[in-house]
Structures are given as structure tokens and as C-alpha cells.
Design a protein around this ligand. Structure first.
Ligand code: 5GP
Length: 116
């Protein structure tokens, strides 16, 4: 919502906060997680911060959710072996800390790592 203050991901998108941005188009962007929990740990994020979590996104824009999944697949293919775990932490007690929906894309040697 326009009256909401920018999320940390919006600040990354507007380059107020530095991050390694691996992909960007009109609707989504992807960054490396600052605290990786797998050899490849990316976040795929819609540019809009209108959706706080994946439930809201699925109800409000299933096309955007599908694009996030497709982007995660493409980046896991480009930067790893194309096999990956897709995680949407939903709610504080489930580990969500940023309430601007984002997909964790985890790939490579996952058996050595715990979930995001
Ligand atoms: P959540 O806990 O909400 O599911 O995921 C938030 C993720 O954002 C965490 O994995 C955390 O490491 C990552 N994160 C938080 N702040 C930053 C930042 O400034 N830069 C980057 N690249 N990742 C961040």
C-alpha cells in the first residue's frame, strides 16, 4: 500500500540498501540472501509490496505467484543444478521476518542444511 513505509526489499529495489541483484524485470526481482542457508540461497520478490505473504499473493495475483515460481526455477537452473527447495515462511511463528512476500530458493547439498 502506498501509505506503508518501504520494506527492506523495496529499499534494495530502489538501491537505498545494497544487495546482489541477480535478476530483475517489470514485476519481480531476485537477490542473494544475506545469510545463506544453502550453497545457493536466493530470494525472489515481487516489486509490489502489496502482498505480505504467499496466501495474500495467491488470492490477489496467482499470475504473479506463478511468475515467482518460474523465476526461481530459471535461476536455480542458471546458478545451480535446476533442483531446488522453494520456501515461503508465512507468519512470525513460522520464521517470517519481512512482511513483503518473497520466495526462498535453496539449492545444492541441502541435506547439510536446515530450512530457512
Ligand atoms: P523471512 O525470514 O522473512 O522468511 O526471510 C527474510 C530473509 O531476508 C532472511 O533470510 C534474511 O537473511 C534476508 N535478509 C534480511 N535483510 C536482508 C538484506 O539487507 N539483504 C539481503 N540480501 N537479504 C536480507
Amino acid at each position: 500500500m502506498s501509505e506503508t513505509s518501504p520494506s527492506i526489499f523495496t529499499k534494495i529495489l530502489t538501491r537505498e540498501i545494497p544487495a546482489e541483484i541477480l535478476f530483475e524485470n517489470e514485476r519481480v526481482f531476485a537477490i542473494r540472501d544475506i545469510a545463506p542457508q544453502a550453497p545457493l540461497h536466493l530470494l525472489v520478490i515481487p516489486k509490489t509490496q502489496d502482498y505480505a505473504n504467499v496466501t495474500e499473493l495467491a488470492l490477489g495475483s496467482p499470475e504473479l505467484l506463478a511468475e515467482i515460481v518460474a523465476t526461481g526455477h530459471n535461476l536455480a537452473t542458471l546458478h545451480s543444478n535446476g533442483e531446488y527447495r522453494l520456501v515461503f515462511n508465512t507468519g512470525t511463528s513460522a520464521g517470517q521476518t519481512v512482511f513483503h512476500v518473497h520466495a526462498h530458493v535453496l539449492s545444492g547439498a541441502l541435506e547439510e542444511h536446515t530450512l530457512a
